[in-house]
Design a protein around this ligand. Structure first.
Ligand code: CA
Length: 714
C-alpha cells in the first residue's frame, strides 16, 4: 500500500510538476497539442503551424477598449539602451518570456512582471554591423527542451541553458569569414536538429542552411540554395539538378545569392522543414547567368526532410529572379477546404506580389493570385506553375517602372492566419521602383553587388519619370493591412494606413481581434471580420515586430517588441513620430484595465554646427552623393534630420569629426562604437567625394538655420 502511494506520488512528481518546472520545456508532444494550452506561446507563430494566431478570448472585440499598459522591459545591450530595430516575436513558456534583440542578444523575462531573469550577450564582432544590409536585427530565438537557440549577427549558432542563459555550445556557421555573410534570421528546431540560414545576398554571398545536432551542436547536414561552379562539383545531388537551370559560365564569384533569412516552418507530422529562399545576386540575370534559366533555387519554397537534409519538393515563385523578389517571408501552415476537399496547405505572400497556396505534403500548387499591385507578370499559369511575364519588368535595355519594388509587396513582417475567420492578414506595401541596371558589372568583395543603381529610389518621384508615375497614380507609397481570403483568393477587407508608415507584423486572436504596430509608434487593433478600428494605443516607439499574446493566472496579456530600424533605415528619410521621441527598444505589455503607456524621452533636435571653412570641390558632390547612398545611408539616414535609430547624422558633423573624418572612415578609430573601417571598400578619392558632399549639405542646413534664427520673432 505504502509502496503504491510512493509510486503514485513519484509518478505525479515526474509527470505533473517536475517536468513543468524545467524552464523552456517544449517538445514534440507539447507543440502538437498547443491548442490544449492556449495560454502559452510556444514558437514564433505560437505553435508548429506558425499562424501568429491565438485561441485566447479574454480580450475581445467588446472589451479591448479597456486595454492598457501592464509593464515594459527596456532592451539593453552592454553599452546601454538599444536604438536598433527589433523584429522578433517573443516565446512565452510557463511564465517566462524568451526573445532576442539586436546583434543576437537574448532576454529571459518574468512574463508576469517584466523582471529580467537573465540576459545573454553574444559579444558580436562589431565590424559585422557594417556588413548587415538592413540593420543589426535578429528575428527571434527557438526554445526546445530546456534550451534556447539563437544565431548571432556574426554567424554563430548558440545553444543556451533556458534556466541560466549560460552557453551550452556555440558553433561557427560560416563557410568563409572573408565574405559578407551575416545572420538576422531565427533558427528552427526540426526533428533532432536546429537549422539556420544567413543573410548578405546583396554583398555577394552564396546562400545555404545548416542543421546542427540539438545536444552537441555538431553539424548534421548543409544544403546550399544555389549551385557553385559546376567544374568544382556539387556538394549535394539537388545542386546537380539545379545547375541545369544556370548558365555553366555564370558569374559564380558573385555567390548568386539565395540567402535564407526569414522564419522557417516545420510540420512534425509530415516531418518536413519549409524553407523560403532569397533573391539573386547580382539582380540582372544578364550579368549573373547570361544564358538565362530559372536559376534554382532562388526565390523558392523548399521542403526538406530534417533527418537527412534531402529535398522532398520545391516550388519556385520567381524563375530567373531579377527584382530582389525574395521568398523568405513567413510560411503559414493550415488546413483549408479547397474544391470540397480538406487540404494540408502552406501559404506564403512573398515579395513578388502573388499569394501562394501549396499542398504542403507534395508541393502541388493549388492557387496563386495577386494580393497586391503587380506589373511584372500578368498571372500565374496553374498548369505550369509559372508566372506569365508582361515585359514591363525587363530593365536590361532601359530603366523600367516596376511594382512591387525591392521592398516587395510584403517583407519579413509576419502575416497571420485566423482559422476562426478563415482570413490571412497581410502587412502589405504598395511601392513602385524604377529599376536601373548598371552598364557593366564586376564582382567587388564587400561592396553592394546588386548590379543596379540606387538612384532608382528617388526616380518614381523624379520629373523625368513623370509619365510612368502618372500611369500608376494610385500606386504611390502606401501601406495596407489586407485581410485576404486564401480559398477564394480575394480581398475581404483592407485598411489603408498613414503615409509614410511601414506596417508591422500581425497577431490575430479568437477574440475577433487583429493587432498591428506601426512605424509611427502606435499599436492598432481592428475587428478581425470587418477591419473596423477598435482601439489605438500611442506608444511613441516605432513598431515593426509582430505582437503575441499569452495568459497567466487568468489574465490575458498582449506583448510586442517596439523599436524602429531594419530595412526602412535606408529607404525612408525619417519623418513624423520618429523625430519627436527617442528610438528606445523595449518590450511593451498590455492588459485589460492597464494604464497609460510611458512615452520615451523627447528627442532634442541638434543644432547644425558651423561647417569648417574649406573650399568645397563642387565637381565631387554628385559622385559623393551616390557613394553616400550606396555605402553610408544604410545607417546614417538622417539627412540633416537628426539621428535615426541612434546613428549620428553626418550632415551635422562636429568640427572634431570633420578633422578626423578620414581616420574614422579609413582607420576605424570609432570601430568600438560599431563604425568599422571602410578602407577595404572605399578609395581615398571616394572618401573625399563623400566628405565634400556632406559638407555641401551641412553648409545648406547651417544657412537655413541662420535664416530661421534671424527671422524668429523677438
Ligand atoms: Ca534582398
Amino acid at each position: 500500500m505504502t509502496k503504491l502511494i510512493i509510486l503514485s506520488f513519484g509518478l505525479f512528481v515526474f509527470f505533473g510538476c517536475e517536468n513543468k518546472s524545467i524552464p523552456g520545456r517544449i517538445d514534440k508532444e507539447r507543440i502538437l497539442q498547443a491548442d490544449d494550452e492556449p495560454q502559452q506561446w510556444l514558437s514564433l507563430g505560437r505553435d508548429f503551424k506558425q499562424q501568429h494566431y491565438s485561441p485566447l478570448t479574454s480580450i475581445h472585440k467588446d472589451n479591448v477598449k479597456d486595454l492598457g499598459f501592464a509593464w515594459q522591459y527596456n532592451i539593453r545591450t552592454e553599452n546601454g539602451r538599444t536604438h536598433r530595430g527589433l523584429e522578433a516575436t517573443p516565446f512565452m513558456v510557463d511564465g517566462v518570456m524568451y526573445t532576442s534583440g539586436a546583434w543576437g542578444f537574448v532576454y529571459a523575462i518574468d512574463a508576469r512582471t517584466g523582471k529580467e531573469l537573465w540576459k545573454y550577450n553574444p559579444k558580436v564582432d562589431a565590424s559585422y554591423g557594417r556588413k548587415a544590409c538592413c540593420d543589426v536585427v535578429n528575428r527571434g530565438v527557438a526554445v526546445w527542451q530546456g534550451k534556447v537557440y539563437v544565431a548571432t549577427l556574426d554567424g554563430y549558432m548558440v545553444c543556451l541553458d533556458a534556466a541560466t542563459g549560460n552557453e551550452v555550445w556555440r558553433t561557427d556557421t560560416f563557410t568563409d569569414r572573408n565574405l559578407a555573410y551575416t545572420i538576422t534570421g531565427a533558427p528552427q528546431v526540426a526533428g533532432n536538429v536546429v537549422v539556420i540560414g544567413n543573410s548578405g545576398a546583396e554583398y555577394g554571398v552564396r546562400g545555404y542552411i545548416t542543421a546542427y545536432d540539438l545536444e552537441t551542436g555538431k553539424q548534421a547536414w548543409r544544403f546550399f540554395i544555389v549551385p557553385g561552379d559546376p567544374k568544382k562539383g556539387f556538394e549535394h545531388e539537388e545542386l546537380k539538378m539545379a545547375s541545369k537551370t544556370w548558365d555553366p559560365n555564370s558569374d559564380w564569384e558573385s555567390g548568386a545569392g539565395g540567402t535564407v533569412w526569414g522564419q522557417f516552418a516545420y510540420d512534425p507530422q509530415l516531418n518536413l522543414l519549409y524553407v523560403g529562399t532569397g533573391n539573386s545576386n547580382p539582380y540582372p540575370i544578364w550579368f549573373r547567368s547570361p544564358a538565362g534559366g530559372d536559376n534554382l533555387f532562388l526565390s523558392s519554397i523548399l521542403a526538406i526532410n530534417p533527418d537527412t537534409g534531402k529535398m522532398a519538393w520545391y516550388y519556385q515563385t520567381t524563375p530567373g529572379e531579377i527584382w530582389d523578389y525574395t521568398a523568405t517571408m513567413n510560411i503559414v501552415l493550415a488546413e483549408l477546404k479547397i474544391k470540397g476537399a480538406e487540404r494540408k496547405v502552406l501559404m506564403q505572400a512573398p515579395k513578388n506580389g502573388f499569394f501562394y497556396v501549396l499542398d504542403r505534403a507534395t508541393g502541388e500548387l493549388l492557387s496563386a493570385e495577386k494580393y497586391s499591385r503587380v506589373n511584372w507578370a500578368s498571372h500565374v499559369d496553374l498548369k505550369t506553375g509559372r508566372p506569365v511575364l508582361t515585359g514591363q519588368g525587363w530593365y536590361k535595355d532601359e530603366p523600367k517602372f516596376v511594382i512591387p519594388a525591392l521592398s516587395g509587396a510584403h517583407s519579413w513582417q509576419p502575416m497571420s492566419y485566423s482559422p476562426k475567420t478563415g482570413l490571412v492578414y497581410i502587412p502589405e506595401i504598395v511601392l513602385p521602383w524604377i529599376y536601373v541596371a548598371k552598364k557593366e558589372y564586376k564582382y567587388a568583395a564587400g561592396h553592394d553587388n546588386t548590379g543596379i543603381t540606387y538612384s532608382g529610389s528617388s526616380l518614381p518621384f523624379d520629373k523625368k519619370f513623370k509619365p510612368y508615375y502618372e500611369k500608376f497614380a494610385d500606386t504611390v507609397e502606401m501601406n495596407i493591412l489586407k485581410a485576404w481570403d486564401p480559398v477564394k483568393q480575394q480581398v475581404a477587407w483592407q485598411v489603408i494606413q498613414e503615409v509614410p508608415t511601414g506596417n508591422g507584423g500581425i497577431l490575430s486572436t479568437a477574440g475577433d481581434l487583429v493587432f498591428q504596430g506601426t512605424n509611427r509608434g502606435k499599436l492598432m487593433i481592428y475587428h478581425a471580420s470587418t477591419g473596423q478600428k477598435l482601439k489605438e494605443i500611442f506608444v511613441g516607439t516605432g513598431i515593426m515586430a509582430a505582437p503575441m499574446t499569452y495568459e497567466l493566472d487568468g489574465e490575458q496579456y498582449v506583448a510586442v517588441m517596439a523599436g524602429f530600424g531594419g530595412d526602412p533605415i535606408g529607404f525612408y528619410p525619417p519623418k513624423g513620430i520618429m523625430h519627436e521621441y527617442e528610438n528606445i527598444g523595449r518590450i511593451l505589455v498590455f492588459k485589460l484595465g492597464g494604464g497609460e503607456t510611458p512615452l520615451p524621452p523627447k528627442l532634442i533636435k541638434k543644432e547644425v554646427p558651423a561647417p569648417p571653412a574649406i573650399q568645397i570641390k563642387g565637381e565631387l558632390i554628385a559622385a559623393g552623393k551616390e557613394l553616400y547612398i550606396e555605402n553610408c545611408r544604410r545607417c546614417h539616414a538622417g539627412f540633416g534630420d537628426d539621428h535615426f535609430a541612434g546613428f549620428p547624422d553626418l550632415m551635422k558633423m562636429s568640427n572634431e569629426i570633420h578633422t578626423n573624418f578620414k581616420q574614422v572612415v579609413f582607420d576605424g578609430i570609432l570601430s568600438g562604437n560599431g563604425m568599422a573601417s571602410f578602407s577595404d571598400v572605399l578609395s581615398e578619392a571616394d572618401v573625399e567625394a563623400i566628405y565634400h558632399y556632406l559638407i555641401s549639405e551641412q553648409v545648406k542646413l547651417y544657412q537655413a538655420q541662420e535664416t530661421e534664427q534671424k527671422n524668429k520673432p523677438e
